[in-house]
Write a protein that binds this ligand. Sequence first.
Ligand code: ZN
Ligand code: ZN
Length: 358
Amino acid sequence: MDSLIQWFSYGLTGWSWLALLAVALATTHFTIICVTVYLHRCQAHRALTLHPAVAHVFRAWLWLSTGMVTREWAAIHRKHHAKCETEEDPHSPQTRGLPEVLWRGAELYRDAAKDSEITARYGHGCPDDWIERHLYSKHSALGVSLLLVIEVLLFGVAGVAVWTVQMMWIPFFAAGVINGVGHFWGYRNFQSPDTSRNILPWGIVVGGEELHNNHHAFATSPKLSSRWYEFDVGWLYIRVLAFFGLAHPRALPPALRSNPLKVEIDAETVQAVMSAKYELQAKLTRLCRKAQDRLEGARLQAVSALRTDFEAIWTQRGLTVEQVISALQDWCQKAEASGVQALSDFSTRLRSLTLQSA
Ligand SMILES: [Zn+2]
Ligand SMILES: [Zn+2]
């Protein structure tokens, strides 16, 4: 009887509450890594491939700790990118309101997961092997129950607390914070057509997913940080896996370089401008705003037109490369004749742009 009470109180391990806190933190961090590296970057966006054994560890842990089905997750997320901020977006705080996504994010996810049209339209290329069909997808809720049993055996009654933290982590941090706050509060590096934001420059708590604006600007990049002061812990783990040959990330978006000797606008300039369009537009908007404060009349209008004209160049569809070259040449001539030094400098920089693989 005593030993039964002993087991009930401390489980087979007899670990202290401090050790259990460490277990809760380590396992929830691992779950976040499974979501960001496996479900998000590898499955939904194909930004990297993983060694089958590593992929399976991620899948098995996701089954135990979240009960989420890979195909459903990837499909809902792909639809989010395809229909971003519209009524059809499964979880946009812009159409549904932030509190709805933050507090009811998991329910929105569950509703979308029930919609078989989403999985049929967006769920291609996800695991469909024997274990997926017979266990992970078919009995998606069994894993979390099994985890509860294991944790009560190991940690006694405190195992229920550890399990509860694990169960609340993803619904709150991934479905609520990223899908809600990541499209609401924070800073933007790129003027992508959605309202995505970088919540924090240090992507640790939710595995790098904090850098959500960077992600929407370069959705297939395996790395979510883009500025020197930003840190993406998910990318760190991918690098470690890649070092051991267990992950093969896609090439990173090429980095923009400036070659001071290059003054001709050509196909290379077009490529460079297109790859950094959001970044360049954001910079130009800042420069124009600063200049506009000091100008009036016709010059003020000319500067404002330069900003919208530049945007028109990269948003217009169906232009040939030659047409873009000529539009950029016109634009640069106008910027250089504007009499605003900052815009003239911007034009010189545009002419000098090239791409270099990162
Ligand atoms: Zn998003
Ligand atoms: Zn995504």
